[in-house]
Structure formats: C-alpha cells, structure tokens
Design a protein around this ligand. Structure first.
Ligand SMILES: *[C@@H]1O[C@H](CO)[C@@H](O)[C@H](O)[C@H]1NC(C)=O
Length: 255
C-alpha cells in the first residue's frame, strides 16, 4: 500500500514537471498550432480521447471531424486546429512517440469572441450627468473609461458580453472614450464630449455668487455715498441728529 502511494506520488510530481500546461488564447474562427513535433509516431488527445493518430510517419484517419479540422503538416510535424469554435475549449495533449523517445505537451485552449466596438450614450443629460458604455460582443471583456488627458479613469470588473454595460457619473466636463478589451482584441468607442452643464459647478451657484458680489459692491458704494453726503450736509446743517436718520430712510427705500 505504501509503495503504491509512493509510485502515485512519483507519477504526479513527474507529470507536473514534465507536462506543464501551456495556455493558448485564440480567436473564434481562427486556427491554433500546437508547437509539438510529431514526425514518426504520436497522437493528439482532447479531453482524454485520441482525435488524431500518426503511425510510421503517416496520418491514420480516425473518421471524425478532426480528420479535416485538425491538420498535420508532415514536413514540420505540427498539428493545427482550424475554424475554432467556442466548444473547442479544453485540454489538448500532443504525444510524440518515436519508439525510443516519447514526450507529451499539454495545451489549455480558450476560445474568445473578439470584442465589438463599444458605444457611449448619455443616460442623464443634466447635473449629475451619467454616461453608459455598452458592448455587444466579446468573451471575458473588460470595459474601461478614459477621459481626455488621463489614463485609466475607471474600469469594470471582468464580465462576459453580450450586453456588457459600464455606467459612469460625470463629475467633470471633457471628452470621454470607452475601451472594450479581452485576451484577443481591443476596441475603442467614438469620443463623446460632455459640457459644463453636467458638472457640479452649476449655473445657479455662479448666478448666486455674481449677485452677492454685485450687492456687496452696491452696499459699499451706498455707504461711501452717504458718508460723503453726511459730511456735506454736516457743513451746511448743524443739526446732526436729523441728518443721520435721512440717509438710512433713502437707502431702505431702494428695496
Ligand atoms: C508545412 O510547413 C511548411 C513550413 O512552414 C510550409 O512551407 C508548408 O506549406 C506546410 N505544408 C502544408 C501542407 O501546410
């Protein structure tokens, strides 16, 4: 029992050193080449099943779809799978068996739908404005906002399209673009420029501060004006008590 366990341990540790799994990320519809030479003998396995066989330097058909989709180049000894479909994802094992030497390499294939061009729409066009970036296609895509002159303004967690949305509340006016990206493709939206009406500095704030400034200046002017008149009147009219009341009445009558 103990020896069986040690043999098992030996095999698993040898396997992990020997056959490290190589990650392959490929576009749907394209082809992938497995860079393991099989010239005289060997096979290709997919999910534990033999899908192609080479014996004595010749391909032996197995009467499956891989006879045509999985090409074998007899001069390079390399296999390549064409017309990739989403269902082709999984573990491939290419085994070389030359009689004296044998080797195997594992490939973990992931098939991606490339991202389509994202589009920006304004979903709320007054303060606080909100933008929405949407992409229709793309496997494991990430959406990222960019504001002109800045990088990586904000990004979404990884999701799977179709219909991947990234909302954004606009704090500053400027030109925004949205980028969709996955392992096999990157696309950017057309830029969208957002005006000042979207920002926190709203027009009522500006109007209020201008009004306050105008009132303050008017008040100072009025004070200066009455101080001057008070002096003039003081020269001609000696009764100061009557004069002091007069200007404040005139001042308040303006409102
Ligand atoms: C096999 O590979 C060689 C070298 O890359 C290439 O020139 C040749 O066209 C390939 N043959 C086929 C049938 O694809």
């Amino acid at each position: 029992m103990k020896s069986i366990f040690s043999v098992f341990l030996l095999f698993t540790s040898a396997g992990s050193v020997y056959g490290q799994v190589k990650q392959r990320h490929e576009r749907m519809g394209q082809s992938v080449e497995f860079p393991t030479e099989v010239k005289n003998g060997g096979n290709v396995m997919y999910l534990g099943k033999v899908i192609a066989h080479v014996i004595s330097g010749a391909r032996r058909p197995l009467s499956n779809e891989y006879d045509s989709r999985l090409q074998w180049n007899s001069s390079t000894g390399l296999f390549s799978l064409s017309g990739l479909k989403m269902e082709d994802k999984g573990l491939y094992k290419v085994v070389r068996n030359d009689g004296t030497q044998s080797a195997e390499e594992k490939y973990q294939l992931t098939v991606y739908v490339p991202v389509s061009k994202p589009h920006i729409t304004i979903t709320h066009n007054e303060y606080p404005c909100t933008l929405l970036c949407a992409v229709e296609r793309g496997t494991d895509a990430t959406l990222t906002w960019y504001r002109e002159g800045e990088e990586n303004y904000g990004s979404s967690p990884v999701h799977s399209a179709p219909h991947l949305y990234l909302p954004q509340t606009v704090e500053w006016s400027g030109t925004y673009t949205c980028e969709a990206k996955n392992s096999v493709s990157t696309e950017r939206s057309d830029p969208l420029t957002v005006g000042d009406h979207c920002t926190g500095i709203n027009t009522w704030g500006i109007v209020a501060s201008v009004l306050a400034a105008v009132l303050l200046i008017a008040l100072i002017a009025v004070v200066i004006y009455f101080q001057c008149c008070e002096q003039k009147q003081g020269e001609t009219v000696p009764d100061t008590e009557e004069v002091q009341e007069e200007p404040w009445w005139t001042f308040w009558s303006w409102f």
